[in-house]
Design a protein around this ligand. Structure first.
Ligand SMILES: [Zn+2]
Length: 356
């Protein structure tokens, strides 16, 4: 009851919930039984708990919606989900779009003020729109200590997209530490890392030479940071003993396993980039908040990356994610983006001034 807000746009209680103004108001029948109704004492409008969430006006059980989302993030394609759940393909498509929007908002709201100790960044090549279309690249990053996947960018393999990814990482971090960053040899990383974190951070590249799809040579090059600082970092690190990109490569594999769109030699490739982006946002939400990570096993407890990063105290479910995100607070997102950009620029200045 405390978390309920009045969904009426004209009601003063919409943004300012005061105790005791939302009361229970009987039940209403649905195809699967009755559901509780609430009433706002201020504007006298009635509403149910699903109002404003992705479940609003759903013609099926909420559990079916959750199952569709869960199947999608386990790498099952939309046609297969439609057959298994015995619902129309268009319904599955529409639900996944809604679920992805909720997942994106949840990620935006919850993944903030993370402490970045060690960062690894890489790109995955994906096919969108079939043969003949240029490949699309998925930039992904991992915070190695917590295994958190803080940001992702989909698009061309360009300077602008690389910069967008690092700006987002900077905006989501506390900004109090200069991280250790490892990437592959892609040409724009060095410029972007210098621009966002300055030369005072530790930055290195792992360049792999391949012949016939096999790695024949690995070069590790430290770009920024003095040798004694690198030695200090390897001595203190719990995860890495030398410069590597193993963790991000493992995350790339997980992303490939859990996305029907990214399967090789299948017919499942995304027809539009937007669909791939949507799926990745839902997948990121699932990976960070719902899925226990095998590397984060402490006794009998297996934590999610978000638990390890201190963003949540328990493993969440899709129901909790979808119920906590309200669609009538959509304007908040626009404001958040604006505020985030302002903070990002301020943090960049701060980091650069620290570096200098
Ligand atoms: Zn009201």
């Amino acid at each position: 009851m405390k978390s309920l807000r009045c969904p009426n746009a004209q009601c003063p209680l919409r943004t300012n919930p005061s105790l005791g103004m939302i009361v229970r108001f009987g039940f209403y029948p649905t195809r699967w039984g009755k559901r509780r109704r609430f009433r706002c004492k201020m504007c006298r409008r009635t509403f149910c708990r699903n109002r404003g969430t992705v479940y609003h006006r759903l013609q099926h059980r909420r559990a079916t919606f959750d199952e569709v989302a869960a199947l999608s993030v386990e790498g099952v394609n939309k046609s297969a989900i439609a057959r298994v759940q015995q619902i129309a393909w268009n319904t599955v498509d529409r639900w996944l779009e809604k679920a992805a929007a909720a997942g994106r908002r949840f990620n935006d709201q919850r993944i903030t003020k993370i402490r970045i100790r060690e960062l690894q960044v890489d790109e995955i090549r994906a096919m969108v729109g079939g043969n003949g279309h240029p490949p699309v690249w998925i930039f992904a990053a991992i915070e190695v200590w917590s295994r958190l996947w803080p940001a992702t960018v989909v698009g061309r393999r360009s300077y602008r997209n690389t910069l967008t990814l690092f700006r987002e990482l900077c905006a989501r971090s506390t900004g109090s530490h200069l991280p250790l960053i490892a990437t592959d040899g892609f040409k724009f990383y060095r410029q972007v890392v210098r621009r966002i974190f300055g030369v005072a951070c530790l930055y290195g590249q792992v360049i792999k030479k391949r012949r016939n799809d096999r790695v024949v040579q690995v070069q590790r090059k430290t770009r920024f940071g003095a040798a004694w600082r690198w030695n200090e970092v390897w001595r203190d690190s719990e995860d890495s003993r030398k410069l590597n990109t193993s963790y991000i490569e493992r995350l790339n594999l997980t992303i490939r396993q859990l996305s029907a769109y990214l399967g090789r030699r299948t017919l499942n490739h995304a027809r539009r980039t937007q669909r791939l982006e949507d799926h990745l946002e839902l997948l990121r939400c699932h990976y960070n908040f719902l899925r226990p990570h095998r590397a984060l096993k402490f006794g009998r407890e297996v934590r999610t990356p978000a638990m390890q990063a201190g963003l949540t105290h328990k493993r969440l479910t899709f129901r909790e994610v979808f119920m906590s995100i309200s669609t009538f607070l959509r304007w908040v997102k626009v404001h958040c983006i604006f505020i985030r950009q302002v903070i990002s620029t301020a943090q960049e200045d701060f980091v650069v001034s620290m570096a200098a």
